[in-house]
Design a protein around this ligand. Structure first.
Ligand code: NAD
Length: 235
């Protein structure tokens, strides 16, 4: 196997599960008691903006009661120590990777602590509640919405992600179901480029067969063990 220099880590809801944030597909296929179609689509936002805004207000408020877990800390330690290329691409909208100290990080599905102006497209840091009709400081329109990439919308920074995967020797997926595209297809791009591919997940996922290796268990155990292994091999 070629020596590893450039790494892409894709994380999903499973990396934050041990911090107490519910995953997407909880019991009955609901996200915090809601059907995904009712809170995570442009049509839902048009049909019932109060419900959708309130849903993300609650998710944002809940961030105050959670903390990064061992998996976030291990990825932040990798970020500090790894001399080669590294990009952590998270599908998560929480801020636990950055609170652990990760910097080479990209939120492809948006962020709870950000608001998006539907009129001018400007994204601004936002804490606290975001009622429908909130005004954009940049253009003045009463058009701020949660800065969440809904189903059917284009994820952020796809050009950077394509470049990073196109140049990586190792692609690692942590705590993601392999059900949400385009992220679920990243492993195929990495395979096409000849990178080694590793999945770390609680259970086998829809994409497990596409990885060279799948390790099963909680992210809070698997991620620190993998980071230790990688940094030890490097020494
Ligand atoms: P998902 O809920 O579809 O899948 C989570 C995966 O994590 C499952 O395969 C599950 O087996 C695994 N998992 C659960 N607990 C785990 C643990 N302790 N250790 C390791 N793996 C564990 O999540 P997804 O694939 O990320 O779905 C994508 C969408 O969910 C994203 O768009 C994301 O924005 C949204 N989401 C984000 C958050 C968050 O920000 N924390 C929470 C819920 C949903």
């Amino acid at each position: 196997m070629q020596p590893v220099r450039n790494i892409v880590v894709l994380t999903g809801a499973g990396v934050s599960a041990e911090s107490g944030i519910a995953t997407f597909r909880g019991p009955g296929g609901l996200w915090e008691g809601h059907r995904v179609e009712d809170v995570c689509t442009p049509a839902a936002l048009r049909a019932d903006p109060a419900l959708v805004h309130r849903f993300y207000d609650l998710r944002r408020a809940a961030l105050g009661g959670v903390a990064p877990n061992a998996a976030h800390h291990a990825l932040a330690a990798l970020d500090r120590a790894w001399p080669g290329g590294l990009l952590i691409v998270t599908q998560n909208v929480d801020d636990l990777h950055e609170r652990a100290g990760a910097t080479r990080l990209l939120h492809m599905h948006g962020a709870l602590l950000s608001a998006l102006c539907a009129a001018c497209g400007v994204r601004t840091a936002h804490a606290g509640a975001l009622p429908p009709g909130s005004r954009c400081a940049a253009c003045g329109a009463a058009a701020l919405r949660p800065d969440i990439v809904f189903f059917g919308e284009m994820p952020y920074a796809m050009d950077r992600i394509v470049d990073a995967i196109g140049g990586c020797d190792l692609f690692v997926s942590v705590g993601t179901s392999g059900a949400v595209y385009p992220a679920a297809g990243f492993v195929e791009w990495a395979n096409d480029r000849g990178a080694a591919t590793l999945e770390l997940n609680l259970e086998r996922s829809a994409g497990s067969d596409r990885f060279d290796e799948s390790r099963l268990g909680p992210a809070g155990e698997l991620v620190p063990a993998w980071v230790d292994e990688l940094l030890r091999e490097r020494r």
